[in-house]
Design a binder for this molecule. Structure first.
Ligand code: HEM
Length: 163
């Protein structure tokens, strides 16, 4: 039996887990705190690395900055995604229809694609060359796009409750 997306969202929102979170005084705020901690790790580390690619921060070699910062950005996903999904299920129908939430999800896909393109087309080839060689203009483009997308995701996240 195939159920529609609307029926699925309704059943998710009516689930015991979603109801427990909705009825708890502190569970939702706790999830928001975990979500914000994850955001600090994911977007914070990514933006610091982007600033290095734009030569705005100190001259630590790009490969060393990447080796230190990018794993922390990835680890943050283990906080931000589960907490986001658990907050989402409490209000699934309304959030799924929210243009702000939809834009946030589209920007998340754009951020992931941008990171993948950077890794495959820019960073790995760069590692094969000497650190002395300047960062290619493509990665500066990557960095500017990444910073704009993360600011967009964070803005949408905050505005979900208002718009
Ligand atoms: C790295 C990825 C993400 C970032 C940077 C991000 C960013 C944010 C920000 C800044 C907020 C506002 C927090 C506040 O002011 O309390 C937020 C709230 C929220 N996010 Fe995310 N988020 C991310 C991933 C996700 C995912 C994957 C989902 C769900 C599938 C999600 C669902 C939500 C929900 C439901 C809220 C709560 C809205 C509210 O009650 O005000 N987020 N997010």
């Amino acid at each position: 039996m195939i159920i529609s997306l609307a029926e699925w969202l309704r059943s998710v929102e009516a689930s015991a887990l979603a109801t427990t979170i909705r009825q708890s005084l502190w569970l939702y705020p706790f999830l928001e705190i975990i979500h914000i901690l994850g955001i600090v790790m994911v977007a914070g580390a990514a933006i610091l690395f982007d600033l290095r690619l734009l030569n705005i921060t100190f001259k630590i070699p790009v490969s060393q900055m990447a080796k230190y910062l990018l794993p922390w950005s990835r680890r943050g996903l283990f906080l931000v995604i589960p907490s986001g999904i658990l907050m989402f299920i409490t209000n699934a129908e309304a959030l799924a229809e929210s243009g702000t939430f939809q834009l946030k999800m589209i920007l998340l896909v754009a951020a992931a694609l941008n990171a993948f393109i950077f890794d495959v087309l820019v960073f790995k080839p760069h590692l094969k060359k000497s650190e002395a060689e300047p960062v290619r203009s493509l990665s500066k483009l990557n960095a500017v796009f990444s910073i704009m997308v993360w600011i967009g995701i964070i803005s949408c996240g905050r505005l979900i409750a208002y718009l």
